[in-house]
Design a protein around this ligand. Structure first.
Ligand code: FAD
Length: 330
């Protein structure tokens, strides 16, 4: 009896030593040097509404340029409110940097002819990548109402763009299902139709539980979708605002995340450290399962995204040329 107990303990000890050895031998992050050639990132910015915001945006772009993003995308304000600013920002990126800009375009508030005109203008000015979206109501919380003579859905917008020119087209995808969708299946079918209409890739709504992303990816592959589905990563800067926005767009805030940010409303610096930890861990788990492409919702702030990219093994590439990036007056 006594002997058996000793044997059991020594087995447990052996197992535990084995586990520790295994853990010590394992890197928490995969080999950076070899991954660096494979990880690809894109960054999303919003068009600035003032000179001060413009200065911030360009300083953010200057900080992120050396990470050689595959493209940088510029959002189109809710209700189509930033049409001119989106256009101006995209054109400036094209004129003054070596980055590839992708202009977001929505169906909101425009006839098909007007939307087509915007698409042609982008093509003529040298833009080759569009992010085609339905958009939302200009009144937050109100249901989306399309323009009677406009494109009604992103599927129609993608098909319209395809008729005009040979753009690279990205579309939105929803790991936790779009709030307007009749069902998970209907939402996936809608994604399939966007890709069948000519989109090249899907970028997801942000999510925090990587299992939501992997379940969605499985469902998409099982439904015959083979196009790249790029995870959208939102580094959290203001937790309270993220909770509010997530309620509207259908993203779940996991309990562990609420715990992590609890009590930090008035501690922005600590919040920033926690935010970096959360996003780096999220990307590490995605990377571990073979995901190599990431889209960052930067909210025009560079540090968090830069820290996450650093953890992903992305470092400044010396050969990359940083063009004139000074904001006016700098
Ligand atoms: C990566 C990304 C970037 C974004 N950028 C912007 C931006 O710059 N500006 C902005 O305003 N918004 C932006 N959004 C938000 C987006 O506009 C909203 O999520 C919008 O509610 C849906 O857009 P969509 O292109 O996915 O719509 P769609 O793909 O058209 O689908 C919207 C919903 O309608 C359903 N649906 C579609 N067709 C039909 C049909 N025929 N019958 C019944 N149901 C249907 C779909 O299942 C889905 O639930 C972005 C979202 C993502 C993921």
């Amino acid at each position: 009896m006594k002997k058996n107990r000793v044997t059991r303990i020594s087995r447990e000890l052996q197992n535990s030593i084995h586990d520790t050895k295994r853990r010590l031998g394992q890197r928490p992050f995969p080999d950076f040097i070899s991954l660096r050639q494979h990880v690809s990132v894109s960054f999303e910015f919003f068009p600035p509404a003032s000179i001060e915001m413009e200065r911030k945006l360009w300083s953010c772009i200057a900080q992120l340029v050396p990470l050689s993003p595959r493209f940088v995308s510029i959002t189109y304000g809710a209700g189509g409110s930033t049409r001119q600013r989106t256009h101006a920002t995209v054109e400036r990126i094209l004129a003054e940097t070596s980055l590839t800009p992708a202009a977001h375009l929505t169906c909101v508030g425009a006839t098909r002819d007007e939307a087509d005109e915007v698409v042609r203008r982008y093509w003529d000015s040298g833009v080759r990548h569009l992010v085609a979206l339905r958009g939302d109501s200009a009144d937050p919380g109100r249901p989306f109402i399309s323009h009677p003579q406009g494109y009604q859905t992103a599927v129609q917008l993608v098909a319209g763009i395809r008729k005009i020119a040979d753009f690279e087209i990205s579309v939105g995808a929803y790991p936790e299902t779009h709030p307007d969708a009749k069902s998970q299946e209907a939402d996936l079918d809608n994604l399939k139709r966007k890709l069948d209409a000519g989109a090249n890739r899907a970028i997801t709504q942000y999510f925090f539980d990587v299992d939501d992303f992997f379940r969605f990816l499985d469902r998409a592959r099982n439904a015959g979708i083979s196009a790249p589905i790029v995870p959208g990563i939102l580094p959290v800067t203001n937790f309270a605002r993220v909770v509010e926005f997530s309620n509207k767009c259908g993203t779940t805030i996991p309990v562990w995340m609420q715990d992590l940010f609890a009590g930090l409303d008035d501690a922005p610096k600590i919040r920033q450290l926690i935010a970096a930890t959360v996003a780096i861990e999220q990307c590490r788990l995605l990377l571990e399962q073979g995901i190599k492409e990431f889209h960052f919702y930067t909210l025009n702030r560079a540090e968090l995204t830069q820290a996450i990219c650093h953890a992903l093994g992305l470092r400044e590439y010396p050969e990359h040329s940083l063009c004139e990036l000074n904001a006016p007056g700098e």
